[in-house]
Write a protein that binds this ligand. Structure first.
Ligand SMILES: Nc1ncnc2c1ncn2[C@@H]1O[C@H](COP(=O)(O)OP(=O)(O)O)[C@@H](O)[C@H]1O
Ligand SMILES: [Mg+2]
Length: 250
């Protein structure tokens, strides 16, 4: 691709304090504007660690990250204005209502007044949540919490969104609504980086995927290219199992 990468990751290493094995072991990746990029791998592969470094939650032990030309260490505040983050674990206040939570997160992004109310109402409408607006988060189902979590990360119309396993452990309806919405946002120009261990989903959704295992990229490309490179396997799932081994992980 001749276009300039919007995310440039170089030789990224993360060794957690007290660990001997690196969680990330020299990852380099370029992600381009308008992609839906999948970071795929089994449990413990290093997906959450990678996403957390890209969002500035954790510092890498070594290596560099640039997002939209800005360095993650020297320009994190600039980066935070253009990225949205949807973490793996739901990060909402259980005793507040859905609407109160979203107002809180909107305020954190500097949104307020009529504009914020419209953004929240739009989120509720897209995700069919109008009747849950005043329910306490603690009383909402897992799928509904996930949808609200997603709205929270997108209120400020970020150019780039990071989602960590947005579809794990939820009902089919929530999953379809979330994936359709990501596709819609992407059509409007948002770059999407998401992690998953669902190969079938990634095969349908992603422009490119990187398969990571034990902190290293072991294969990368668009799903069709990967399938063409491995004609002996009928789908990404089988390539994944072949590359990462069939042993169970923690
Ligand atoms: N806070 C932490 N402290 C120490 N080790 C961690 C921490 N978080 C993750 N790890 C380890 O780093 C590796 C990668 O974990 P993670 O990035 O969560 O993988 P994934 O999201 O792909 O399941 C695993 O071996 C995990 O046990
Ligand atoms: Mg994870």
């Amino acid at each position: 691709m001749s276009e300039k990468a919007i995310i440039e990751i170089r030789d990224l290493v993360k060794i957690y304090k007290g660990s001997e094995e690196p969680a990330i072991n020299g990852i380099s990746l370029d992600i381009y504007p308008g992609e839906i990029f999948g970071l795929l791998g089994p449990n413990g592969a290093g997906k959450t660690t990678t996403i957390s470094i890209l969002c500035g939650l954790f510092r890498a032990t070594k290596g560099s990250v640039r997002i939209a030309g800005l360095d993650i260490h020297s320009n994190l505040n600039g980066i935070k204005q253009i990225i949205g983050v949807v973490p793996q674990d739901v990060a909402l206040y259980p005793t507040l209502s859905a609407w109160e939570n979203l107002t809180f997160f909107g305020n954190m992004y500097g949104l307020k007044g009529q504009h914020l109310r419209e953004k929240i109402a739009e989120g509720f409408s897209v995700f069919g949540l109008e009747k849950h607006a005043n329910k306490k988060i603690a009383d909402c189902s897992g799928g509904i919490k996930r949808r609200i979590n997603l709205i929270a990360g997108l209120l400020h119309d970020p150019r780039i969104i990071f989602l960590d396993e947005p579809t794990v452990g939820i009902d089919v309806q929530s999953r379809v609504v979330i994936l359709d919405y990501l596709k819609e946002l992407n059509k409007k120009g948002t770059t999407v980086i998401y992690t998953s261990h669902y190969m079938e989903e990634a095969e349908k959704l992603c422009t490119r995927v990187a398969i990571i295992d034990r902190g290293s990229v072991i294969s990368m490309g668009n799903p069709r290219e990967l399938l063409a490179d491995h004609p002996e396997f009928k789908d990404l799932e089988n390539i994944f199992l072949h590359l990462t081994g069939k042993d169970l992980r923690d």
